[in-house]
Design a protein around this ligand. Structure first.
Ligand code: BDR
Ligand code: CA
Length: 307
């Protein structure tokens, strides 16, 4: 089994990423760490606990991580995810609390303790991962890959910056410059995974509690994406990180150099994705170009049918 740590800010798409991961036999979730992003840290942490409750992941530890970006002022995304960070469905109340350990320390400890190399799936701002690397740089050797959602060649929070990178560009820079193998699910590929009316109807046809809740999450998320961006549905960005770990054949990736802009007057938080190799800088990431959309949703429906 591939050992994974999910570092997230649930978040509708983060929540669905956890639900997909929990259903897949190829993955072992070592821990879930939370970060401030879509909502404040207490909220994203409680949301993670609720999702664990829903899919019976109650033996997987949830650690509360960074409440603030490394240097910037925190901003959240209630326009997309609602005030709770996970508005829409009624979710089960958690039967336990988060662990007493900081999320960044949990990442360090779990990587150190694991006999096999660990894959980290960050689906929020990269604050916890940057902190973990700063505290224990030697864990780099034991990280198989970081498969993250963030960035792209266009923006959704500024004209050029995607939310997760924009929320903590200094942390993102640390991760992109770390030398760890990276697979990057940016907006270019995540916008291909659009939960349209048709997709939501398919999900609603699956007759169990988890699918019903996913249907409600997608309904809310499609609505806010429509209101904010005029989209026909909601792109389930974060779910691609999990799908890539279990079915990489669904993804067309390209090896490129990606640099994170931390200073730009208009472009802070932008990922400069060198698709044509014009900089000559060393390639540091596999960048998602094209998704097998049908295969992706099939994977998702099959996972939901298992509940
Ligand atoms: C990213 O920002 C958040 O709103 C989503 O959960 C996703 O991780 C998309 O830009
Ligand atoms: Ca997220």
């Amino acid at each position: 089994k591939r050992k994974i740590i999910m570092d997230c800010d649930p978040g509708h798409d983060d929540a669905i990423a956890i639900i997909l991961a929990a259903a897949r036999p190829e993955l072992e979730i070592l821990g879930i760490t939370t970060v401030s992003g879509n909502a404040e840290i207490e909220k994203t942490t409680i949301n993670a606990l609720k999702i664990c409750e829903l899919v019976s992941l109650t033996d997987v530890m949830v650690s509360k991580g960074a409440s603030e970006p490394l240097v910037r002022v925190r901003e959240t995304a209630p326009g997309i995810h609602g005030d709770s960070g996970l508005d829409g469905p009624v979710l089960p109340e958690p039967s336990r609390s988060w662990s007493g350990e900081h999320g960044a320390d949990t990442i360090v400890r779990l990587v150190r303790e694991s006999k096999e190399r660990v894959t980290i799936l960050p689906t929020g701002p990269l604050t916890n991962v940057a902190l973990a690397l700063a505290k224990a740089p030697e864990i780099k050797e034991s990280i198989e890959e970081i498969v993250l959602m963030g960035g792209g060649t266009f923006g959704n929070w500024t004209p050029t910056a995607e939310f997760n990178i924009w929320a903590d560009p200094e942390a993102a820079k640390k991760v992109f410059d770390s030398g760890i193998p990276l697979a990057v699910m940016g907006l270019d590929i995540t916008h291909q995974a659009m939960a349209t009316r048709e997709v939501i109807d398919q999900v609603n046809q699956i007759d169990n509690r988890v699918a019903k809740i996913v249907g409600e999450l997608l309904e809310f998320f499609a609505q806010t994406n429509q209101e904010m961006f005029g989209m026909e549905g909601g792109p389930v960005h974060d779910v691609l990180t999990v799908a890539y770990c279990v079915a990489p054949e669904l993804f067309k990736m390209k090896e490129v150099n990606i640099a994170v802009e931390t200073k730009g007057e208009f472009t802070a938080g932008t990922t400069a994705v060198d698709l044509l190799g014009v900089t000559g800088r060393e390639k540091n990431a596999k960048f998602g170009l094209k998704l097998d959309v049908e295969g992706f949703w099939k994977l998702m429906y099959e996972a939901l049918e298992q509940y």
